[in-house]
Write a protein that binds this ligand. Structure first.
Ligand SMILES: NC(=O)c1ccc[n+]([C@@H]2O[C@H](COP(=O)([O-])OP(=O)(O)OC[C@H]3O[C@@H](n4cnc5c(N)ncnc54)[C@H](O)[C@@H]3O)[C@@H](O)[C@H]2O)c1
Length: 342
């Protein structure tokens, strides 16, 4: 393997641009090709990475000898087909979350990847590379808080009402598959064992975006998941935060508790004035996780070039889709849903 990883990025939209800009700052990586479909994105890609081959044709792109690995940042509905084509073309893959739109598709990817042990196939979840989460995981795995009994996690996003957001939600898969999938995966990472989810119960409200109900979605959702191993997980997602973004995770164990990001605090800045004292909070997940997005890309590079140990876990990624999907099913049917693995 060359000492430089030649990556092809698929999708130069909202998240793809961030990844491409990050890749350009990372050593031992070359953005050798970009595949994206919209004309203004093609123009942006050519200008931003003048040496890369830019094409809208995925089938031509994926068999190119110019790339060793692909970073997929396309809408979730394309992930299964694109990951499988990449594996079959002999490329390593880092695919944006969620791994796929349905449990069957996610497990098809996982099961197919097992047939190609020389290829590194991962799903991107930046919390696996955020310092607070890796520090908490290390403490949990060495037994600081005993056996995990209950774990709860939330992703609450700043209220936004622009066209991009409202259109994005239509095809996102629903709040538990698109948003709290980060919490589900983070909890699986913190638990650190291959535990078996059994049931999912999801409820929610759509007070600020009642139109979300038309596609079986909500703007605020709470889900509870049970596992065979006596662990209970609760996730909360919201698209209505007026005070900014707040990701928080709490892990209760038989001997103690760990709280991650208990307060929505950006840096150590507090403001005091005649109304009292308040902290300054992050407005987006990028304010909190920007360093983790870069560390994640570096980990993918080091995994391929150096065989480094990584926090990626494709089976957890498939399991997270199963859990998120069952929570959506439960929300829509108003019944307890089984969680299935394939
Ligand atoms: N990790 C995170 O925090 C995070 C945040 C946002 C989005 N995402 C994930 O990233 C993925 C993309 O989301 P987004 O918000 O960037 O969407 P987006 O709509 O802004 O971008 C999608 C991109 O895919 C391209 N595309 C569509 N079909 C294609 C095809 N057939 N071949 C090649 N390119 C194609 C589009 O041209 C566009 O550039 C989703 O899976 C989403 O869940 C992750």
């Amino acid at each position: 393997m060359a000492q430089k990883l030649r990556i092809g990025v698929v999708g130069a939209g909202r998240m793809g641009r961030i990844h491409i800009e990050n890749l350009l700052t990372i050593s031992r990586v070359e953005v050798a090709a970009i595949c994206t479909v919209l004309p203004h994105e093609i123009e942006w890609a050519k200008k931003t990475v003048p040496n890369a081959v830019v094409t809208p044709d995925y089938d031509e792109f994926i068999v190119s000898d110019l790339i060793d690995a692909v970073l997929l940042v396309t809408p979730t509905g394309f992930h299964k087909e694109q990951v499988l084509k990449a594996i079959h073309a002999g490329k390593h893959v880092l695919c944006e979350k969620p791994l796929a739109a349905t449990p069957q598709d996610a497990w098809d990817i996982y099961n197919e990847s097992l047939k190609y042990p020389s290829l590194k196939v991962a799903c991107a979840f930046p919390r696996r590379y955020a310092r607070v989460y890796t520090e908490a995981a290390a403490r949990i795995h060495r037994g600081d808080i005993g056996e995990i009994t209950t774990i709860r996690s939330q992703t609450t996003d700043l209220y936004q009402n622009d066209d991009f957001f409202v259109n994005y939600i239509k095809n996102s898969g629903g709040i538990f598959v698109d948003c709290t999938i980060h919490d589900i995966d983070a909890c699986l990472f913190l638990i650190g064992q291959d535990i078996t989810p059994r049931t999912a119960y999801g409820v929610g409200t759509a007070r600020l975006f009642p139109q979300f109900l038309e596609y079986g979605d909500v703007d605020d959702g709470i889900g509870t998941i049970t596992f065979d191993e006596q662990t209970v997980m609760t996730v909360y997602g919201s698209r209505n935060n007026r005070h900014g973004h707040h990701t928080m995770t709490e892990i209760m164990g038989t001997k103690g508790r760990i709280l991650i990001n208990g307060q929505p605090r950006l840096d150590q800045i507090d403001i005091s004035d005649e109304t009292g004292t308040r902290m300054v909070g992050p407005s987006s997940h990028m304010d909190v996780f920007a360093p983790a997005f870069k560390l994640e890309l570096e980990a993918f590079r080091d995994w391929i070039l150096d065989g480094a140990k990584v926090n990626f876990n494709l089976k957890d990624a498939a399991k997270a889709v199963s859990i998120g999907y069952s929570l959506m099913e439960s929300l829509r049917t108003k019944t307890l849903a089984p969680v299935k693995e394939y």
